[in-house]
Design a protein around this ligand. Structure first.
Ligand code: PLP
Length: 404
């Protein structure tokens, strides 16, 4: 008698929307004894990170480095430019807009939220209307999540900046690019983004634990008007590499610095930003081509129907309960692939998020990895007898075969 084989052994694939797959070279660079933190290599290395981080964000502005995750970046951004009692506008009501809004509320800010549901990107016209209605300019900042990792909706930042300018409103444009810096384009200076936050663990391909706040001179001016900024969040010393050693920042995240140095070498100096973005765009289109084909003959559906409003970092899918959870569990047990859970997507119709899943396609990914993940999903749909259309893998392969 032969046992049926378990096909999950072999290298496991993590296809969740962060933490993303980390390059071996990044991990190897971090595998070292603690360095001298006062003089020598580490100091030079810290300085070297700054221009490359700014190249990824396409800015001539400033970048502050923190030990912390994305939640810390949310706190840091608000702490430097907004006083208790200031008003902020938060367009968006998917998971991460809600999260940043809640952080703002708990810092004593007044939050006006615009709700576009969980299946739509932000409507810039609604932002313009809300700002025009604020004739006394009480709103001090507009907090926009560029890619909401839960819905996979992508904001059109250039259009939102144009809407703010059309309203003639002086509020700061603050952007959360935690899910997508290095995957979806960020043109901080060209798009007039005043403050931008991100984390180490997604497009930057480094373990969770560091976050970054980028800011321009308009934000510096807002910082100067603050009555106080708590010392941990103060971006000034953190935007000056020697601050880690001579001012009040505490011990530097030494090993993250080594990992980040290698990741930035790979992104900025070896592959190049434009190529990194083109790779993400193509692999996202391959995922969407497969999803379109599956959806022709069954319940699977992309959460965001307009391709222009979809992120290149993550795709959120609806498949109906209990298929989402069943499929994820099947892939872990039988294919060695972990997909992302449905996050904050439950509705009255489908109360337990069992009807959703997400495919992460961010960072250190290539054709082989994405086609492998899609092939495993195809096997899972068949094993679980979830109805689906044919030709998904051929459609995805065709996109990879002829990237435009
Ligand atoms: C868009 C977005 N903002 C904020 C966060 C929070 O980041 P963290 O989990 O590192 O605190 C995440 C995490 O996935 C995210 O995707």
């Amino acid at each position: 008698m032969t046992n049926s084989p378990n096909l999950s052994h072999g290298r496991h694939t993590l296809a969740i929307p962060g933490p993303s797959v980390m390059p071996e070279r990044v991990l190897q660079a971090m595998h070292r004894p603690a360095p001298n933190i006062y003089t020598g290599e580490l100091i030079d290395l810290t300085y070297s990170l700054v221009p490359d981080l700014k190249a990824v964000a396409k800015t001539q502005g400033h970048v502050a480095m923190y030990i912390g995750n994305g939640h810390a970046a949310w706190e840091a951004s608000l702490a430097n430019v907004l006083e208790v009692g200031d008003k902020v506008l938060v367009p968006g009501a998917a998971q991460f807009s809600l999260g940043w809004a809640e952080t703002a509320r708990r810092r004593g800010l007044l939050v006006d939220q615009l709700d576009f549901g969980r299946r739509n990107a932000i409507d810039p016209q609604a932002v313009e209307d809300a700002l025009r209605a604020d004739s006394t300019h009480d709103i001090k900042a507009v907090l926009v999540v560029q890619t909401d990792t839960a819905s996979s909706a992508k904001s059109d930042l250039a259009a939102i900046r144009a809407a703010m300018d059309a309203a003639g409103h002086p509020a700061l444009l603050c952007v959360d690019s935690i899910a997508c810096l290095g995957c979806d384009d960020m043109q901080m200076d060209a798009w007039g983004v005043d403050v931008m936050v991100t984390g180490s663990q997604k497009g930057l391909m480094v373990p969770p634990g560091m976050c970054f706040v980028f800011f321009n001179d308009k934000a510096v001016a807002a910082r100067q008007k603050m009555s106080r900024v708590s010392s941990y969040w103060d971006w000034h010393p953190r935007a000056n590499p020697e601050g880690y050693y001579q001012m009040s920042c505490g011990t530097a995240p030494t090993h993250h610095f080594y990992g980040l140095r290698v990741a930035l070498d790979m992104i900025v100096h070896e592959e190049g930003m434009d190529n990194v973005l083109a790779r993400h765009a193509t692999l996202a289109r391959a995922v969407w081509a497969a999803c379109d084909a599956w959806g022709q003959g069954g319940p699977l559906e992309m959460n965001i129907s307009d391709p222009a409003a979809r992120s290149h970092a993550v795709t959120a899918l609806r498949i109906g309960a209990p298929h989402g959870t069943d499929l994820r569990n099947w892939l872990i047990a039988n294919a060695g692939v972990t997909l992302g859970i449905g996050l904050g997507m439950a509705t009255e119709d489908d109360a337990y998020s069992d009807g959703f899943f997400r495919i992460g396609h961010m960072g250190h990914i290539n054709t082989h990895m994405m086609l492998g993940t899609l092939g495993a999903i195809d096997a899972g749909l068949k094993a679980l007898r979830i109805p689906h259309g044919d030709g998904a893998l051929a459609a995805a392969a065709q996109v990879c075969a002829a990237p435009s």
